[in-house]
Design a protein around this ligand. Structure first.
Ligand SMILES: C[S@@+](CC[C@H](N)C(=O)[O-])C[C@H]1O[C@@H](n2cnc3c(N)ncnc32)[C@H](O)[C@@H]1O
Length: 454
């Protein structure tokens, strides 16, 4: 602990040396860790303290005294005010280095896993305009103009955008078209405020897009806006509509089709998948192709094998594995993803695949009770991880190999710790940069049965 405690408002001079989960750079003041917002590891900086707890402090970089060799100019005009990116000021090569360190640190500190080989993070040649999905929020300014933007950094306030360099250009075209087209349709003004947000999903391979208008109630403008939008932007394949109760609510109703198609075909490497507006799909198609290939290589399924894919989405990982296996079972909670998965299995002419629309944590213990087993299990849970109930059931399926795909190093570490305790030690982890310019990192882990008898 620091000899003289830090105080809020105080400015300290620090050498920043690493990057933390969340994207802050970390330095030490008299031994106490200080997380410095907008710092770059390697900087010597003046940091204003904004929060102090017993074991660490947080602050914001007020001036850089000696710039890190890894510091670069952030190209986006919204960087620093927008909540989307945290690392545009860090060179891409350094982002990758620090992401590897974040994964290694989480495995050691949270999972106590010291003997796992964590490879260098796979970077991408396209660290910009890689996202296929956007969720813009609507805000109406004092003069009644509508802006579609993103939340301000650590705030719910919406900032209008001139551009977002993570998005596909078609998504930006749709955003500006909605901003332009909505006012003339709604002369009354009041209705306009019922538009809470706009979501886009772009197929990189076909260059076509889906648009979901998220509204409070059912505004009369939905249909005319959909027509105007598809006329204005010819690449819009479909417009959908979903209801949400107010700006603060997180959940919205399932999307209903207003015009055109409700799903797109997207290619990941050599594989084509149908994806509906509401279905989860990997955000970065180029890097997803590398993830699918690696899962295939590590799963190494044989003709006689049964494969279980938990949290399987539209079958992105399951279908290429099932094609090599005797049987493939996928479990997924979302209705639309299961419908897409079944359609994909048909399109791939796979008769050995079954999709179950269930919660993994509910169905898996039942499978175990009935004595079901699997040769290979793939898990790709949401950010909160699989958790102890699911990992315990996975081990009871007695697979010879488990492939865990994760977008959160902390929950990855916890799940790998449980699996190791259950007789499935992790041997290797490959981080993949799916989310350049942000601190987020995807990682794929392989665990193999410790017992040779399996
Ligand atoms: C990270 S995504 C992975 C999807 C798929 N593996 C892929 O690569 O496209 C997680 C998926 O789990 C689903 N999901 C979330 N919670 C679930 C649960 N409790 N049971 C089953 N599926 C769940 C989500 O709908 C989403 O499709």
């Amino acid at each position: 602990m620091a000899e003289r405690p830090l105080e809020i408002g105080q400015t300290v001079r620090l050498r920043l040396d690493s990057l933390a989960v969340g994207g802050e750079a970390v330095g030490r003041h008299e031994g106490m860790a200080v997380f410095a917002l907008w710092g770059c590891p390697g900087d010597e900086a003046e940091v204003e303290i904004t929060e102090v707890s017993r074991r660490f402090a947080r602050g914001i970089v007020r001036s850089v005294i000696e710039s890190s060799p890894d510091r670069v100019d952030a190209p986006c005009p919204h960087f620093g005010e927008c909540g989307g990116c945290q690392l545009q000021h860090v060179s891409y090569e350094a982002q990758l280095r620090h992401k590897t360190a974040i994964v290694r640190d989480a495995l050691q500190r949270i999972g106590g896993l010291t003997d796992v080989e964590v490879a260098e993070t796979w970077g991408t040649d396209e660290p910009w305009r890689y996202r296929n999905r956007a969720q813009y929020s609507a805000a109406v300014n004092e003069s009644g103009e509508l802006a579609l933007g993103l939340a301000r950094f650590r705030s719910h306030e919406i900032i209008g955008l001139t551009e977002c360099r993570l998005q596909h250009p078609l998504s930006e075209q749709i955003r500006t078209a909605v901003e332009r087209l909505l006012p003339p349709i709604d002369q009354g003004g009041r209705e306009r405020s019922l538009l809470l947000g706009v979501e886009t999903f772009i197929s990189f391979s076909s260059g076509r897009g889906l648009v979901t208008l998220v509204c409070e109630g059912q505004p009369a403008f939905a249909r005319p806006l959909a027509d105007a939008l598809s006329e204005d932007v010819s690449e819009v394949a479909g417009v959908l509509f979903a209801r949400r109760r107010g700006r603060a609510a997180v959940h919205r109703s399932p999307a209903e089709l207003v015009m055109g198609e409700g799903h797109l075909l997207e290619e990941i490497g050599d594989h084509a998948y149908r994806v509906s507006a509401d279905s989860f799909f990997q955000t970065n198609p180029a890097q997803a192709a590398r993830a699918v290939d690696l899962v295939g290589e590590w799963a190494n399924v044989g003709r006689g094998d049964s494969v279980v894919d938990l949290y399987c989405g539209v079958g992105t990982l399951l279908l290429p594995l099932a094609r090599e296996a005797r049987r493939g079972l996928g479990v997924e909670a979302a209705d639309s993803a299961v419908s897409d998965g079944k359609a994909n299995a048909r399109a791939w002419a796979l008769r050995n695949v079954t999709f179950y629309q269930r919660n993994v944590e509910r169905v898996l213990p039942r499978w175990v009770e009935r004595g079901r087993t699997a040769d290979v299990v793939v898990l790709d849970p949401p950010r909160k991880g699989a958790g102890p109930i699911v990992t315990a059931s996975v081990a009871k399926l007695q697979p010879r190999r488990i492939i865990l795909v994760s977008c959160d190093p902390a929950t990855l570490a916890r799940d790998l710790k449980h699996l190791a305790e259950l007789g499935y030690p992790c041997r290797r982890v490959q981080p993949i940069d799916m989310f350049p310019q942000t601190w987020h990192v995807e990682a794929i882990a392989i665990c193999e049965a410790a017992s040779a008898a399996r």
